[in-house]
Design a protein around this ligand. Structure first.
Ligand code: ATP
Ligand code: LTN
Length: 327
């Protein structure tokens, strides 16, 4: 199967990105053809400093490799290195309704209803659809905050296929049950996010050990005197149990049992160590890759291979739409 996913170069990944998305990227590479993209064009939908953006592009690419994606077997590349993404986005925009874009919750959140919000923020989902459809993608692994964007991608693909049969493969989203939505450590009702102003709301994949211990220690809990999973009534401790479970590989039931009669102090201490142990090898590999010359070489090679695949799809799309001088 063809797999495609993308991450915005807006900062260092946190454990929510890792558990919701990156971990599945690694698992999927065993039996599939995967393309993992650094979606820099999406990152400029909100104001970005060019120097910082350039660094973040390399940070994200290095993190892809550090978590275990093999750039020789799979394709790791930067979106704007393959200009077909923007070209296809335009064609798709002509087949997308403004009404459906205005219903996107991410747009509503990020634009805050202001008239001066960039049009790129509004058409963001169409560029994402172009990313996916350009590579005849079967499956898109993402965190479940992206469900609505996958739905609109499918709707656009079906709409175009109804006009011009056989233009696109209609993709499916792939969402994990556990880890698909890791919540903030300071507010279990909002998702862990790179953009939250409180650094203790998240744990970054590159945080040092003391920072991780401190963030876990400060994490919000509740006033019950036992440790139990109850997402509705005890969201904070349930979130910590999920994080514990996905990093340790132990079931939640087993962790609850291990913690019978213990308080939050001991539980959090163990959790901190579980996270530190899981992140240590990623951090070590990241340091090696981030400053190596190999990183840029891999990205160039990745964009050449992605370009060749995209070119084929674009030729088919333009032919079907009757675009261009000759077919
Ligand atoms: P931010 O974290 O600033 O809100 P974002 O949501 O735009 O950024 P990306 O970097 O584009 O995040 O997301 C990378 C991937 O990680 C996406 O597939 C997204 O669904 C997933 N993801 C992000 N945050 C979480 C989370 N808290 N829990 C689970 N998955 C997440
Ligand atoms: N919108 C996504 C990032 C993204 C993406 C994609 C994910 C852009 N293009 C294509 C999967 C496939 C986000 O904010 N997480």
């Amino acid at each position: 199967m063809r797999i495609f996913s993308g991450v915005q170069p807006t900062g260092i990944f946190h454990i929510g990105d890792y558990l919701g998305a990156l971990k599945q990227f690694v698992q999927l590479q065993e039996e599939n053809h995967c393309l993992y993209c650094v979606v820099d064009l999406h990152a400029i939908t909100l104001p970005t400093d060019p120097k910082v953006l350039k660094e973040h592009i390399l940070d994200v690419a290095a993190l892809y490799m550090a978590v275990g994606i093999d750039p020789k077997k799979q394709i790791i590349f930067v979106q704007s290195d393959v200009p077909y993404h923007s070209e296809l986005a335009w064609i798709l925009m002509c087949n997308t309704y403004t009404g459906e874009l205005s219903r996107m919750t991410q747009y509503k959140d990020k634009s805050k209803g202001e008239e001066s919000s960039p049009a790129g923020l509004f058409t963001y989902p169409v560029l994402m659809a172009a990313d996916i459809l350009l590579y005849d993608t079967d499956t898109v692994p993402v965190g479940n905050d992206q469900k609505q964007h996958i739905e609109i991608t499918r709707d656009i693909a079906v709409r175009v296929n109804n006009k011009f049969p056989g233009t696109f493969v209609v993709p499916e989203g792939r969402f994990l049950k556990e880890g698909a939505r890791i919540m903030s450590l300071d507010d279990p009702l909002t998702k862990m996010s790179k953009s939250s102003p409180n650094p203790f709301s998240r744990i970054s994949l590159l945080d040092d050990e003391d920072t991780i211990r401190k963030a876990v220690k400060k994490a919000t809990t509740d006033s019950f005197d036992n440790i139990a999973y109850d997402e509705k009534n005890r969201p904070a401790v349930s979130n910590l149990l999920t994080i514990y479970s996905v990093f340790s590989g132990m079931t939640i039931e087993k962790i609850v049992k291990l913690n019978e009669g213990k308080g939050y102090g001991a539980f959090k201490k163990d959790l901190g160590e579980v996270i530190i142990t899981a992140l240590r090898p990623i951090k070590e590999r990241y340091e090696e890759i981030r400053n190596s010359e190999e990183l840029v070489v891999c990205l160039r090679d990745g964009s050449e291979r992605a370009y060749a695949l995209a070119e084929k799809t674009m030729k088919r799309v333009k032919d079907n739409f009757g675009l261009g001088t000759v077919s």
